[in-house]
Design a protein around this ligand. Sequence first.
Ligand code: ADP
Ligand code: ZN
Ligand code: ZN
Length: 726
Amino acid sequence: MPILRLAIATPLRRLFDYLPPVDLDDDAVAALSPGCRVLAPFGARQVCGVLIAVAEETEVPSDKLRPALDILDTTPLVSAPVLALCQWAAEYYRHPAGEVLAAAFPGGLRRGKSSAADTELVWQLSERGRGLPDGALRNAPRQAELLAALQQWGAVSWERLKDAGHSTPTRRSLVQKGLIEDTRRPIEPGEPRWREGPPLSPEQAAALDAVNSGQFASYLLHGVTGSGKTEVYLKLVERALAAGRQALLLVPEIGLTPQLAERLARRFDAEIAALHSGLADGAREAAWEAARSGRAHIVIGTRSAVFASLARPGLIVVDEEHDASFKQQDGFRYSARDLAVKRGQLEKVPVVLGSATPSLETLQNALAGRYQHLRLSKRIGDSQLPGVDILDIRKLPLRGGLSEGLLQAVAGELDAGNQALLFLNRRGFAPTLQCHDCGFIANCRHCDARLTLHRAAGELRCHHCEWRMPLPDRCPSCNSRALNARGVGTEQAEAVLRERFPDYSIHRVDRDSMQKRGAMATLMDTVNRGEPCILLGTQMLTKGHHFPGVTLVGLLDTDAALFSADFRGPERMGQLVTQVAGRAGRAERPGRVILQTHYPDHPLLRTLLQQGYDNYAGQLLEERASLKLPPFGQLLMLRAEAASLDSAEQFLAELRQAADPGSAQLIGPLPSPMQRRGGRFRAQLLGLARNRSALQRLAVQLVSEAEASPSGKRLRWSLDIDPLES
Ligand code: ADP
Ligand code: ZN
Ligand code: ZN
């Protein structure tokens, strides 16, 4: 008896065996392909699983074996390479295959909704209509004309018939007579066309030539901002399209980075499908189907688009590959960038990772020759990369985090008709509310974190859980009215700038001000009209935007990053500073960058500013190598969250006790950097291994112990392979 082996979205790390549905004959079972969805009983529920394999035997005792209920698809909904990718990811991340596969479907299809496939409704002659003698319907000339049109055109959409002047009543009459009928047929992909781009610079041309289409290899396209990386992507896409293939481009956040999508739309007269979480279910499904059917020539999407099936894949691009948003931080903790490389291997297509500030992992892969290192060292045209001036703010008075020197520089640019961009990676008015009389600090009730003061909203908010409370007017501890805002957030800097520059527009860009869909695109349009203005914002401003009118970039406060407890802190700081600085002087106007700091002599800062990101990254790599930290060692983190720190730590201590790490090293249990978050206490166990296989062995052990442990059932635990936060 053949056995259907299904992946079902449950927390259990295994596949589930079923008998074929009772009404399915042997031939139909033999014809089943992996990747089809199957409806099956699961406990008292019915679930929609994905067929992974048809097996010949099972370990499930025959009295426990139940038949599946229905096969939902006649052809696989997930392409074979994506199915293989999901299985690989389930192994690699030690995550339940059913949950991994759930990431490969849009919501409705995941729940078992029938696939609309990528079809369109067309009209054609029925059998009776085809058999009609010449000259029939002489008394109904309109109907005769419509019949003649269908005779000539075959099956066509109603749109086309309507354009030719046929009316709905005519159609209805013919349907009533049984002479015509509607049917669905796959939408034919159109012929993509594109406009000629600018002639490539020698470096761009060399990069383009180096990429071998039609076979797998990974490339790092490493070029400073404005060096023409996007132009190289466009040429690669063109090449894929010319070969009749599809291109998949992954970007950090579409809402924040509409730029690439816009440039694609301008260059290509082709079907472009966008896949991201901001879409309504229907739109997401339509885009997903267009990718799968091959009708979409270009698919651009965020993280989860790495799982979108493509009928004719030809190219995978990961733009801003260093961006942390490619890593999912909860549930199924995968790296879309790493999976993109794996996918390229499975699909046999080139994978291009692009960045001005590559992650140390990717850079090391390039330096070690695993990825081909393609460099674009110069900006396009005459535009110069701005130098960075350090502004030593020790002892200087600051207003809203701004020194007089920086304010004057801003004034100078505005007066000259230019734009200024100010970067402060903290939203809200102030990160701390403190009582001047007793020292009380407003903390979150559920987290080990301070509450951020949001003055406009009159609230204190926790940025780690969703907790908020009205702004108190007296100290809860001593009843004093002397409550002071400490530290500076964007809201406060904005207030100071408005006071100082009442005649100029000031655009604040952070998660609070950019909540509306499309807000970023609207802002970009406004700013790129070129009137002098100030852009003030958080990390959101660093994400791949081009602001050609910006001639001054000011970094208000990046000092905290110099002393980060996380070993990735310096890497992130280098990327952030370089990315922000790269926003200035893109076009013909030279730019200038001013960095305010209390530590002008800090060695990290000096290396970064004097020698540039690449040398800085090289130095960080040496440090990582000597400490055997990633990318020279492999890391995993097992985190437990419980009602008390004790139970979290005890559970992890049990695991550690039981584990035989071999050559790998276990560190902890330790309280997590933020011990209490959202009311739960968190502790973690870190595993550090020399190589992947040692890490995998350790991961397998830890997970099977955690699954078997009775205390594991009483708390939440999760495994993060290649964690970005530690
Ligand atoms: P990056 O993606 O590295 O930031 P872009 O591809 O956006 O760089 O290029 C920066 C600017 O230079 C853009 O305005 C782009 O249109 C222009 N550009 C890129 N390549 C060329 C080229 N070969 N000739 C002329 N202009 C170019
Ligand atoms: Zn007080
Ligand atoms: Zn909180």
